[in-house]
Design a protein around this ligand. Structure first.
Ligand SMILES: [Zn+2]
Length: 482
């Protein structure tokens, strides 16, 4: 198998600036919880408190930037600010308002965003990165390496994604838990549920390169033990698979998922369930009655009925990550995708696009599209997730487009992919352009409220206050591809 460029790169810890690595240790020693430490902007203040300063730290004057002139969609769902200004200081939003309301501070760098639209950086609440090598098109457990995971996080950053949640297929779980605690420049933050729970390790996803990864639980005791183990690893959201794959594998039993949910809630954790395509509606209803926190799919075996709608209305805190199937690609998408994907993949997508033009998106898509609209009507919390693994990061944009075509307004689809996902994932630091939050945002060449496909018309991406070097990433993604 050809080695990727990044797999031959430097050891990952070296990617952290030396002063930051030292500071992480210092912060850990003064009792900043490991999980909070990942929120680098939370930690930034702790770092200063414990006197972690070094010669490599940027000069204060260089770290203040004034952005002005953009239309600002702040993620709250409120009306955009037509001509905004905002100040970024030490990686966080320090002031947000209208142009003319105040002056830029003396010495601040200035960025003119006239004619652009700014949205909060996107968040993907459901993916399975690491197992596919995008450059050579292979799918294998052997691909689950640090270098490949980081490459996928860089692809996320390229596409404007600040954080991305891996739900359950961590072939090297120890690596996933370590990666969760690291920050890489020009890369999204990695979140993980650890290995999820199915009836048996072979009863999760059925692709050869994905099978055998989940934890198995045939009894209530095994379910509770799996939850305890994940709690020990600091997992917040547990992934379960409730699916018999068309009768081919055992399904997680109702008493077992009840035990899992009960144990998780007792420990302050939450549970998200995969739904199958043969009994999804019945399973979803029973999972709601069992106290599930969220769904990693929309019901996708039949149309949602009144009983389901009533259950959703009675449990308005339950969320769903719709994962509309297929991420239909049109011929118009190909030039944009050619920036980062190898030619062989573009040819595969061209064939898909031609099929889509002839046949339409298909019944499976239409069913889930209707069910998303009905869930929204019932008041369900709608997040956004790509469920991607093979197609890394770019499907964020096709998913947002599809959601906006299935009962959500463009504004609602943007909220799902920003503020609502931040709430679902407990990312206090992301999701809106608000004072105090991480300055992670996307500058677009056109307004996505006019045309939702404009989310992919990216001028620039800022993560944690720093511009992502998209040109360098593009060169890296395309280096040596066939
Ligand atoms: Zn999934």
């Amino acid at each position: 198998m050809p080695e990727t460029e990044s797999s031959a790169g430097t050891p990952w810890r070296l990617a952290l600036p030396g002063w930051l690595a030292l500071c992480v240790l210092a912060v850990a020693s003064v009792g900043c919880a490991a999980r909070a430490c990942w929120d680098c902007d939370v930690c930034a203040s702790s770092l200063i408190d414990v006197g972690c300063v070094s010669a490599q730290e940027p000069d204060a004057a260089e770290d203040v930037t004034w952005f002005e002139g953009a239309r600002l969609i702040d993620g709250s769902g409120g009306a955009p600010i037509e001509t905004s200004a905002f100040l970024v200081e030490d990686g966080a939003f320090a002031w947000v308002g209208r142009q003319g309301e105040r002056e830029a501070p003396a010495g601040a760098a200035r960025v003119d965003l006239s004619g652009k639209t700014v949205i909060p950086a996107l968040i993907d609440a459901h993916q399975h990165i690491g197992l596919t090598n995008v450059k050579d098109g292979t799918h294998s457990k052997d691909n689950y390496t640090l270098a490949n995971l980081v490459e996928h996080l860089e692809r996320s950053a390229y596409h404007g994604v600040a954080a991305t949640m891996s739900l359950g297929l961590e072939f090297d779980e120890a690596l996933a838990f370590e990666l969760r605690n690291e920050v890489f420049p020009d890369a999204a933050r990695f979140l993980t549920s650890g290995r999820g729970i199915a009836a048996t390790p072979m009863a999760g996803p059925q692709q050869e390169y994905r099978s055998g990864i989940p934890r198995g639980a045939r009894t209530e005791a095994e379910g509770r033990a799996a939850v305890a183990e994940l709690d020990g690893h600091g997992v917040d959201i547990i992934k379960i698979w409730v699916d018999d794959r068309g009768g081919t594998v055992p399904k997680l039993e109702p008493e077992v998922y009840r035990a899992i949910i009960d144990e998780a809630h007792a420990r302050g954790m939450r549970v998200a369930s995969h739904l199958g395509s043969t009994s999804g509606l019945a399973d979803a209803k029973d999972l709601i009655r069992a106290g599930i926190d969220g769904f990693a799919h929309t019901v996708r075996d039949r149309d949602i009925d009144e009983e389901h709608m009533a259950l959703v209305r009675a449990n308005p805190e339950i969320w769903t990550i719709p994962n509309l199937p297929g991420s239909p690609v049109t011929l118009d998408d190909l030039p944009w995708l050619s920036e980062t994907l190898p030619p062989f993949e573009i040819e595969n997508l061209r064939a898909q696009a031609e099929r889509l033009a002839e046949e339409g998106p298909g019944d499976f898509f239409e069913l889930q599209c209707r069910n998303l609209a009905r869930n929204r009507e019932a008041g369900m919390v709608i997040g956004m997730g790509t469920d991607s693994g093979v197609s890394v990061a770019w499907t964020t944009h096709t998913e947002i487009r599809d959601m906006a075509g299935c009962g959500l307004t463009p504004m609602e689809a943007l909220e799902s992919a920003t503020r609502i996902n931040a709430e679902i994932l407990g990312l206090d630091n992301l999701g809106t352009v608000t004072v105090g939050k991480s300055a992670s945002f996307v500058v677009l060449d056109a307004d996505p409220l006019d045309d939702i496909t404009s989310t992919r018309r990216i001028d620039s991406v800022y993560l944690r206050g720093e511009p992502v070097d998209r040109e360098a990433l593009r060169a890296k993604f395309m280096d040596g591809v066939r």
